[in-house]
Write a new protein. Structure first.
Length: 314
């Protein structure tokens, strides 16, 4: 237990440091935004590039990995949606946000640092492969479902699937995470080692990804207070921290994933909700307080759930 906490607590202490820095006014919100942009566009792509470039895939298919994780997403999203619409009697738009808030893990800003600390290279390889398709699939699903819910609730015409797909695809080809992954695959396949000076630069920038990501998410959380929809928000938070990693854990074992890959997927499934759930809510002007509350609740309680799953996996 002490070994698990030794790995988990530093991750959440760094988030807490970011929260205190922002709350105390030591740094402005704009500084946190700039730090987050550096993490997303520079530091994490370098980390993914290095991880994939040096990885030994050993012939393991990524399709089983994707299947194990997205089975967890599908089950949790569906459960969250049904809970909101049938138990809490909310409309379809709130149902989509509840499902998304329970199934959208913050696997870039919290998942990567956590898996790096607790699992190491095998877990990072699994997470890098997941990240390649996670954001586009989640954003496409969220947008299409919200378009349909808006048409049902508000009578607004929904955009076609191809229109949404083109928009997300256009964003995807410019996504720094995908670029880092693609370059890493090229280097891995080529087998050509990087020159020592370049390797040093890559290592230094990649090394900045974990602390910078965690501090930036701590600063960002100050913008998402817990307010309204406490019953629904709390239920979605429980699904995020307990149901989703449990389903991913079961699916990974049924599909026979390697131990390191299973640990990486389950741990990233157990981390707090990502800010993208709030972005979808904001875009469609529905469930903003719900998404914000789930983000804050899961971030505050995440240390407990992550420690539990870390202990189970250990």
């Amino acid at each position: 237990m002490s070994a698990v906490l030794a790995n988990v607590l530093p991750v959440f202490f760094l988030i807490l440091i970011g929260w205190v820095i922002s709350k105390a006014g030591v740094l402005k919100h704009e500084t946190g935004d700039a730090l987050g942009e550096f993490v997303f566009k520079i530091a994490v792509p370098f980390l993914i590039f290095r991880t994939v470039a040096e990885a030994h895939f050993a012939g393991v298919s990524p399709f089983r990995l994707w299947a194990a994780y997205f089975i967890g997403v599908a089950v949790t999203w569906t459960a969250g949606h049904l809970m909101a619409t049938t138990i809490f009697k909310r409309d379809a738009k709130i149902g989509v946000i509840a499902g998304m808030s329970g199934a959208f893990a913050n696997n870039v800003f919290i998942g990567l640092p956590l898996v790096d600390h607790m699992v190491g290279k095998d877990g990072l390889v699994a997470l890098s492969i997941l990240i390649a398709i996670h954001l586009p699939i989640m954003m496409i699903a969220g947008t299409i479902l919200m378009e349909g819910a808006s048409a049902k609730v508000d009578g607004v015409a929904a955009r076609s699937f191809m229109t949404v797909l083109k928009q997300v695809g256009s964003n995807l080809v410019r996504n720094p995470l995908v670029i880092g992954l693609s370059l890493g695959i090229v280097v891995n396949i080529s087998g050509v080692p990087m020159p020592v000076p370049l390797q040093t630069v890559v290592d230094q920038i990649a090394g900045a990804a974990s602390p910078a990501a965690l501090i930036s998410i701590g600063m960002a959380v100050t913008r998402y207070p817990i307010r309204g929809d406490i019953g629904l928000s709390g239920s979605a938070a429980v699904m995020k921290l307990i149901l989703m990693p449990a389903v991913v854990f079961a699916a990974a074992h049924l599909l026979g994933l390697p131990k390191g890959w299973t640990a990486g997927l389950v741990l990233t499934a157990s981390v707090p909700t990502g800010i993208n759930a709030w972005l979808i809510a904001q875009r469609f002007r529905a469930g903003q307080s719900l998404a914000a509350s789930v983000i804050s609740m899961t971030t505050a309680c995440g240390v407990v759930s992550v420690a539990f799953w870390g202990l189970l996996l250990a």
